[in-house]
Design a protein around this ligand. Structure first.
Ligand code: 5AD
Ligand code: SF4
Length: 461
């Protein structure tokens, strides 16, 4: 038996792709190891959304070079950097054995065999665009013991946001046919999963035979499924039909991640986001009217080329106006071949210190607002889907509210239960309290040993 180790960077799409890689490797009699040091095969599944993410992968690669030298491990790079750099990466990193793009995961066994048997250095980065693309089917057994899982509904992105590398690394949009999605959800429900998050770079432009709103409604009806979430969306696809789905189906969790990127119409235009702040607000207000109390989160980029102080302040104002539950905010990072990077010199690059200072100001405002939300929960009873032991204190339980707020609490309900928790304390990021009632038992018998709850980390900051 040979051992493999996968280091995953980036977004949920990558996390899911790594799971599919594991499934492919287990079929070729590889077993996972938690440590790179004793692996025979090391794969880095990479992200290129910002330069920092790429730097992290390069430094990790340097570390794994030693494992290769000491035990002859095979070293490969997958994911978005692989797709972006292709054969250039093999030239740049002479000790690298293979490079494969996100569309080539099914070819992994063949690629590894070529490296092992023929000592070839291999590059597989062709896009599979159209109907020919076969979405790798998740093996539900690997999800046994988990409460919350991700299901891929589409890949790629047809938008043209000028800052973004994703269309270059993930190609055109391809949707997965809805029966396939629903079968996977049913299989997951069969092993005890109670919450699914439908994922894709741009889920609400889904075209897999029914509309995205219908897909959510059908997913919510799968027996055993308590909550349905999704990510990520573009504001221009937030249809009335989707808003209506939030009104009629309580299992669609009251949380919407709706990246706005910035609060200035001029910058939005340069970003090619094709909506104005007022149009964004109109959608949000309609959504909030359909589902009062819905938590809204967003992504923000500060220091986009040409962003003036006043324009940055418009982002602060928008943050106050929307009162986001939470934000993921980033400094602008020029990416190869993107429209904004090509025009950065003309538009006026923002000095790094200015970008960082703006980010800190924005994050301070958001921390205050997030804190106001979580403080408002103190003294209330909230509904929590229990995911397992707390990461911080193994004597406590961990779960999430429908709004996706994290809760650590004293209690004994097994993973997969729905409980009410009396909230006693709060920080801007989490709630703490005591279990007061069990509303629902798990749908399947819990595992004898609980799995640790995986961290849902967003793309590298
Ligand atoms: N620089 C900084 N942030 C970026 N994002 C995407 N591209 C860039 C970039 N070049 C952010 C956007 C997106 C999130 C996933 O990452 O806010 O919504
Ligand atoms: Fe690729 Fe974007 Fe995901 Fe990073 S965040 S792994 S660049 S799709």
């Amino acid at each position: 038996m040979k051992r493999y180790f996968i280091h995953t960077f980036g977004c949920q799409m990558n996390v899911n792709d790594s799971l599919r890689m594991s499934e492919a490797l287990s079929k070729m009699s590889y077993v996972p190891t938690p440590e790179a040091d004793n692996a025979d095969l090391i794969i880095l599944n990479t992200c290129s959304i910002r330069e920092k993410a790429e730097d992290k992968m390069l430094s990790a690669l340097g570390r794994y070079r030693a494992v290769k030298a000491s035990r002859g491990a095979i070293l490969g790079v997958g994911g978005c950097v692989a797709q972006q750099e292709k054969d250039k990466l093999l030239k740049k990193v002479p000790y690298l054995d293979f490079v494969f793009g996100p569309d080539n995961i099914a070819k992994l066994p063949e690629v590894i065999a070529r490296v092992q048997d023929a000592r070839e250095r291999v590059v597989e980065t062709a896009f599979v665009d159209s109907e020919e693309y076969v979405f790798p089917r998740a093996d539900a057994e690997t999800s046994r013991g988990k409460v919350s899982e991700f299901v891929t509904v589409m890949k790629g992105c047809d938008n043209v946001c000028s800052f973004c590398i994703v269309p270059h690394t993930r190609g055109r949009e391809v949707s997965r046919n809805f029966p396939e999605v629903l079968n996977e959800v049913a299989d997951l429900a069969g092993v005890g999963v109670r919450e699914v998050t439908l994922i894709g770079q741009n889920v609400n432009s889904y075209q897999g035979g029914i509309s995205f709103a219908q897909l959510l409604l059908r997913t919510a009806e799968v027996p055993g499924i308590e909550r349905v979430r999704f990510t990520t969306s573009h504001p221009h696809d937030l249809s009335d039909e989707l808003i209506e789905a939030f009104r009629v189906q309580p299992k669609i969790a009251p949380h919407f991640h709706l990246p706005v990127q910035c609060g200035s119409d001029r910058i939005l235009k340069m970003m090619r986001r094709d909506y104005t702040v007022e149009q964004y607000m109109e959608r949000l207000e309609k959504l909030r009217a359909a589902r009062p109390g819905i938590a809204i989160t967003t992504d923000i980029i500060v220091g986009f080329p040409g962003e003036t102080e006043e324009e940055f302040e418009m982002t602060l104002q928008l943050t106050e106006r929307v009162k986001y539950d939470n934000q993921f905010s980033f400094v602008y990072s020029p990416r190869p071949k993107t429209g904004a990077a090509l025009r950065e010199k003309d538009w006026g690059p923002i000095p790094h210190e200015v970008k960082v200072a703006r980010l800190e100001r924005l994050q301070k405002v958001q921390r205050r607002i997030s804190g106001e939300y979580t403080q408002s929960q103190v003294g209330l009873d909230v509904e929590v889907l229990v995911e397992g032991p707390s990461r911080y204190d193994a004597t406590k339980r961990f779960g999430r509210t429908p709004e996706n707020r994290t809760v650590n609490f004293e209690g004994d309900a097994p993973a997969g239960s729905v409980v009410t928790v009396h909230v006693e304390r709060a920080t801007p990021n989490q709630l703490a309290g005591k279990q007061v009632a069990v509303l629902k038992a798990p749908t399947v018998a819990p595992l004898p040993v609980e799995l640790p709850v995986p961290l849902h980390v967003p793309a590298e900051a």
